[in-house]
Design a protein around this ligand. Structure first.
Ligand SMILES: *Cc1c(COP(=O)(O)O)cnc(C)c1O
Length: 454
């Protein structure tokens, strides 16, 4: 029997997070304050513990993972890697397709990799309460779980459209003891203002971030936690790519293409950056390696956005970050991959894309579900709608291999399962899902509101 499931031992759980900053040809552009001047670490101290701020600005290649965090990782790591033989067969491609499955975490996605770390450092700093936002609910549920592990109360502002579409994600957060509000909510000044303008606002990730940051900044007992975008989040996710490299060693292969879906950029960073390290080190096997971020055509941050300083939230409470952005007040269509509806992108991913060290593709909603269903019917696992973007991009690569006859090694990150997204699958099956054209007018409008700095 050919090997299809590639497993590691507990002792293979990485001991360090990888920081791509050490290998970037140009140092990251600094975040700016409201006056347009670079901010120092102290500006972040009201809402983040110092240990995470240090990681945020670190240029050290390796950041040690504290033992209690590794202990918590043992609950579901190392995560399995699979060779997708039945999918390969169905496609008739000579490509070898591998995927890493992050849906084995209790919350069902890669986000637990950072929620555990963030809850740990906040607990170490004496914080007992965290405020956060969530899009589709994966981050809120991941932080709720981690809060239980380290004795922290969690309050979640959940984007309204997902709050209504994904009631069971809410139930999970409640089960893990978190409070959950639909955003915009009447609990913050930001939310109240948004509700005045539009009582039926579907919300956005940027809006929910504003609410959570406002809450954390106005309460000394409360910190803020973000599930993507920031440097420290990207670092935490690199355990995915580090494990994958060991798994590739076990089968004696190395990828030609690494693919992950891209919302705020953290699972892409986690899967891709450890491979980028090989390229940076001049490793001959990584010479032709390509790293591809897959995003929705309806929220095409990397492929259609501007590389500019912008706020991380919708009302401008966060520092300005240099990133690809569609404008902080861009309201993406209510697509079913809620985790990919963010106006910006990780500054690290953005800079690497700007410097052409990584690539990006945009894929339309219907094609992603088509890919997800093909995957479920061959490989078994029902993927999260976000992960379907990576599967789509991978299948497209595999079909190119079929046309050219090249037996490339393709690797994608299966960031989570879709067990709480079955209503979206139902809509797909009953023909109620649509493709949203690239919303050019809305993006142009939002880009006019970019802050004038730099
Ligand atoms: C949140 C989420 C994403 C998108 O977030 P990134 O930070 O871009 O990784 C992708 N897949 C799943 C399953 C998610 O929960």
């Amino acid at each position: 029997m050919p090997q299809t499931k590639i497993l590691l031992d507990e002792s293979d759980i990485p001991t360090h997070w990888y920081n791509v900053v050490a290998d970037m040809p140009n140092k990251p552009a600094p975040p700016l304050g409201p006056d347009g001047k670079p901010i120092g670490p102290e500006a972040l101290a009201p809402i983040f513990p110092m240990a995470l701020i240090e990681q945020e600005v670190s240029a050290e290649r390796w950041i040690p993972i504290p033992e209690p965090v590794r202990e918590a990782y043992r609950l579901y790591r190392p995560s399995p890697m699979f060779r997708a033989r039945r999918l390969e067969q169905m496609l008739g491609t000579p490509a070898h397709i591998y995927y890493k499955y992050e849906g084995v975490s209790p919350a069902g996605s890669h986000k637990v990799n950072t929620s555990i770390a963030q809850a740990y450092y906040n607990a170490q700093a004496g914080i007992h309460r965290l405020a956060t936002e969530t899009g589709a609910g994966q981050w809120g549920s991941s932080l709720a779980l981690a809060g239980q592990m380290f004795g922290i109360d969690v309050r979640v502002f959940m984007v309204k459209v997902s709050y209504d579409q994904k009631p069971f994600r809410r139930s999970m957060m409640h089960t893990w003891g978190a409070e959950v509000f639909a955003s915009p909510s009447p609990h913050t000044a930001t939310g109240r203002r948004a509700l005045e303008v539009d009582p039926d606002s579907p919300g956005s990730l940027g809006m929910a971030i504003s609410e959570a940051v406002e809450e954390a900044a106005s309460r000394p007992d409360t910190n803020y936690a973000l599930g993507s975008v920031l440097n420290h989040v990207c670092h935490h996710q690199t355990i995915i790519g580090q494990e994958a490299k060991k798994q590739f060693e076990k089968v004696g292969e190395y990828p030609d293409v690494v693919i992950a879906c891209c919302g705020g950029g953290s699972n892409f960073a986690g899967a891709a950056f450890p491979f980028l390290a090989d390229k940076a080190a001049g490793d001959p096997k990584a010479k032709n390696l390509r790293l591809v971020a897959a995003e929705p055509t309806s929220c095409p941050t990397l492929t259609r956005g501007h590389y500019a300083y912008d706020f991380g939230d919708s009302v401008g409470l966060t520092p300005l970050m240099l990133m690809y952005t569609l404008g902080h007040d861009f309201m993406p269509p209510s697509i079913h991959a809620g985790g990919l509806r963010y106006h910006g992108d990780s500054p690290l991913v953005s800079q690497l894309y700007h410097e052409k060290l990584i690539e990006a593709v945009a894929v339309p909603q219907l094609a992603t579900f088509e890919a997800g269903v093909a995957f479920a019917r061959t490989e078994g696992i029902i993927p999260a709608p976000e992960s379907c973007h990576a599967i789509r991009a991978c299948i497209d690569e595999a079909m190119q291999c079929k046309a050219s006859g090249e037996p490339k090694v393709l690797f994608f990150n299966l960031s989570g399962h879709g067990h709480f997204d079955m209503a979206s699958y139902d809509k797909y099956f009953s023909g109620q899902l649509e493709d949203y054209a690239y919303p050019a007018a809305a993006i142009d409008e939002a880009l006019h509101h970019l802050p004038k700095v730099g």
